[in-house]
Design a protein around this ligand. Structure first.
Ligand code: IPD
Ligand code: CA
Ligand code: CA
Length: 279
C-alpha cells in the first residue's frame, strides 16, 4: 500500500482510493447501462438549452456518493447533479471526489453510445487519480499520478502529432457560451487543414486523446466533473493540459486544452489567435 506524502505532511491511502474509484466506476456504469436499455421509461427534466437530466443521472450519482462516503466518510464530493449546493470551501478540502455519473447525457437519452462514468480525485488541490468507464465498450481508462495511464492493462500514450493535419481533434461546445466563443476557432482549425469530432462526451474524448486516438481535445468552457479524470489521464499519457483549476475552475469551470506535447504549442496558438482571419 502506498502512502502519498502531501505538502502538509499528512498522508492519504492512495492505492485504496485508486482501486475504489475503478470499482465504483464499473459498478455505476453497469447500473447506468441497465437504465440505458430501458431509457424510454426514464423521467427526463430540462436543465437548460440542450441540457437534460434523467433519473438515471441522479440515481447513479447517488450510488457513487454512497459508496465513497461508506469507504471514506471524510472525503468531500463534487458531483454534477448535486453541485448546486456545494460551498466555496470545497476547494480547500484534503480529498475531493469529482464525479460525473453519466457524461454524455444527451447521447444516453437519445440511444447513442458515447457516454461514460467519470471519476477524478483531487488531493490537496491536485488532480491525482482519474477513471473513465465506458460500459458500452467495456473500456476502463484509468491513471494515477506517477503510475502512467491505462485502458485495462494496456499503457496509454498521447498522440505524437505535431500538426492538426495529422489526425482528428476532439472538440466540445455547450450553450453555456455564445457560439461566437467557438466558431472562429473551428474556422481556423479547418483553414489549417485540421478536422474535428464532437461525440457528446467530453470525458470520453479526453480519454481517447490520452489513448492517442484523437490528437487532442478543446472546449471553450467545461465543468470540473467533465474533465478532472481526463486531465490525469492526459498528463499520465505524456500529454499536456492547460491549468484548468486556475481562477476557481473547480466550481466555475474553465476552457480545457489537451493534446500530445508536440502539438500543444500549435493548438494553443490556434485557440488564442482570435484576431487571425480564417485562411
Ligand atoms: C456535457 C458533455 C459534452 C460537453 C459539455 C458537457 P453532460 O456533459 O461532456 O460533451 O461538451 O460541456 O456539459 O451534460 O453530457 O454530462
Ligand atoms: Ca458532463
Ligand atoms: Ca452528466
Amino acid at each position: 500500500m502506498t502512502l502519498i506524502e502531501s505538502p502538509s505532511r499528512f498522508s492519504i491511502d492512495f492505492d485504496v482510493r485508486y482501486a475504489l474509484a475503478r470499482k465504483i466506476a464499473q459498478q455505476a456504469g453497469e447500473r447506468a447501462l441497465q437504465m440505458f436499455r430501458h431509457r424510454a421509461v426514464l423521467e427526463v427534466e430540462h436543465k437548460g438549452l440542450q441540457d437534460f437530466v434523467s433519473i438515471a443521472d441522479r440515481e447513479v450519482e447517488g450510488m457513487i456518493r454512497t459508496a465513497v462516503s461508506e469507504a471514506f466518510p471524510d472525503d468531500a464530493f463534487l458531483g454534477e447533479e448535486s453541485a448546486a449546493g456545494v460551498s466555496d470551501t470545497l476547494s480547500s478540502e484534503r480529498v475531493v471526489w469529482v464525479v460525473d455519473p453519466i457524461d454524455g447525457t444527451s447521447c444516453f437519452l437519445n440511444g447513442l453510445y458515447a457516454w461514460c462514468v467519470s471519476i477524478g480525485i483531487l488531493v490537496d488541490g491536485e488532480p491525482l487519480i482519474g477513471v473513465v468507464f465506458d460500459p458500452n465498450s467495456g473500456e476502463l481508462f484509468h491513471a494515477a499520478q506517477g503510475r502512467g495511464a491505462f485502458v485495462g492493462q494496456t499503457p496509454l500514450n498521447a498522440s505524437p502529432a505535431c500538426s492538426v493535419r495529422e489526425g482528428l481533434l476532439g472538440v466540445g461546445f455547450s450553450h453555456r457560451l455564445k457560439p461566437e466563443a467557438f466558431m472562429p476557432f473551428l474556422g481556423r482549425l479547418l483553414g489549417d487543414g485540421g478536422m474535428f469530432i464532437r461525440n457528446g462526451s467530453g470525458a470520453l474524448m479526453l480519454a481517447y486523446a490520452a489513448a492517442g486516438r484523437l490528437i487532442g481535445y478543446y472546449e471553450p468552457h467545461i465543468n470540473a466533473w467533465d474533465c478532472l479524470a481526463g486531465i490525469v489521464l492526459m498528463r499520465e499519457a505524456g500529454g499536456m493540459v492547460n491549468d484548468f483549476l486556475a481562477n476557481g475552475g473547480l466550481l466555475r469551470g474553465n476552457p480545457i486544452i489537451a493534446s500530445g506535447s508536440a502539438l500543444y504549442p500549435a493548438l494553443t496558438a490556434l485557440i488564442d489567435a482570435q484576431a487571425r482571419p480564417v485562411s
